[in-house]
Write a protein that binds this ligand. Structure first.
Ligand SMILES: C[S@@+](CC[C@H](N)C(=O)[O-])C[C@H]1O[C@@H](n2cnc3c(N)ncnc32)[C@H](O)[C@@H]1O
Length: 334
């Protein structure tokens, strides 16, 4: 972690004091060296001055120790709030990695770097707030989550209809709804997930490290905690490849489709075919875990899909998410 604030403040506060003490010691030494006028008075003066300085030094040392302890305590407290204690992945980010992420966002969304940086910082606060209030967690590391939360609104989706395929605890959906509000779009949220108590796309099925089950009850609770209006929320329990589920979700054109369910090449290929039918012209498809070595099927299926007949164009990759934009039906590729 970089040098923290209390430490900096302690140093800044103590510096002038130490300078004054230094000067006084210097003056004392000079005076002693002269040893002129009244020898006995000089010695008495020197003794009393030295005693005063000793006391002052003791006090400064005690203050410094106190500030150091406070600084260590606040490091630990920040780590408890943002670090990896009690969860799968830390939310701590250093400035270099955040700025690097912002540069990727800027490139993908075609916006100035400074603008992207401000939006990433804003999304960082949103991530913190969502996890602090909610139960469970958002999936993935901070770079991956912030990349999706920031780039999607900067790509100006044509409407606030969001479909998330694979929601886990629902917290990311809550964040994406917030991001639509930020750009003045009225969000409407549709979620497809089996709500199978555990996360299904992993090979080993086990309870989540957060201690919360992946259930419809938990997701509804989280979306309430995230401030999502229940009237603007639909949840379809099931698998995204199921024609019955697809039929229910196909009643509208989505401005944003997040593909984050079955991460196998076959699963992602199915979701892309489904997305072709339901994304609004100009709409954004977010492919989570694109380029992540743990989920090679995502990139494999996406590249295969884009090489065939499609109305999607790849607009960019940020962290481990790819962003596609949909052309209108029949509109030729740029
Ligand atoms: C990686 S998690 C989603 C994380 C969530 N989007 C987030 O950002 O926090 C994947 C979720 O998709 C679900 N899932 C697996 N296969 C699915 C499928 N075929 N259709 C819909 N959801 C699926 C899993 O059970 C799990 O809840």
């Amino acid at each position: 972690m970089p040098e923290n604030l209390p430490h900096k403040v302690a140093n800044r506060t103590l510096k002038p004091l130490l300078t004054v003490l230094d000067r006084r010691i210097e003056r004392l030494a000079r005076r002693g060296a002269r040893q002129t006028v009244d020898e006995s008075r000089t010695v008495r003066d020197l003794k009393s001055e030295a005693e005063k300085l000793r006391k002052e030094l003791k006090r400064v040392r005690a203050d410094m120790d106190k500030m150091r302890d406070q600084s260590k305590g606040s490091d630990y407290a920040v780590d408890l709030l943002l670090g990896a204690h009690g969860r799968r992945s830390s939310r701590l980010m250093n400035e270099a990695s955040l700025r690097d992420l912002a540069d990727q966002v800027a490139k993908a969304a075609g916006v100035p770097k400074g603008n992207a940086y401000e939006r990433v910082v804003q999304a960082y606060r949103t991530l913190f707030e969502l996890e602090l209030r909610g139960v469970g967690r958002l999936a993935g590391g901070p770079g991956n989550i912030l990349g999706k939360l920031t780039t999607t609104p900067l790509l100006n989706p044509p409407n606030g209809e969001i479909l998330e395929i694979g929601t886990l605890f629902g917290l990311f959906s809550g964040g994406m709804a917030r991001q639509m509000s930020r750009i003045g779009l009225k969000y409407e949220l549709t979620i497809i997930d089996p709500f199978a108590s555990v996360q299904l796309q992993v090979t080993e099925l086990k309870p989540d490290a957060s201690g919360s089950p992946v259930t419809e009850t938990v997701v509804r609770e989280n979306l309430t905690l995230a401030g999502v209006d229940p009237e603007r929320l639909r949840m379809f329990q099931g698998f995204s490849e199921d024609p019955t589920v697809q039929a229910k979700a196909s009643d509208r054109e989505y401005g944003v489709v997040v593909i984050d369910g079955d991460h196998s090449a076959e699963g992602v290929a199915n979701d892309l075919v489904f997305a072709e039918k339901i994304v609004a012209p100009g709409g954004i498809v977010v492919l989570d875990d694109f380029g992540d070595k743990n989920w090679p099927g995502v990139q494999e299926a996406t590249e295969r899909h884009l090489a065939g007949p499609t109305r999607f164009d790849l607009v960019g990759v940020v962290a481990t998410s790819a962003f596609l934009r949909a052309r209108a039906l029949g509109e030729p590729a740029a």
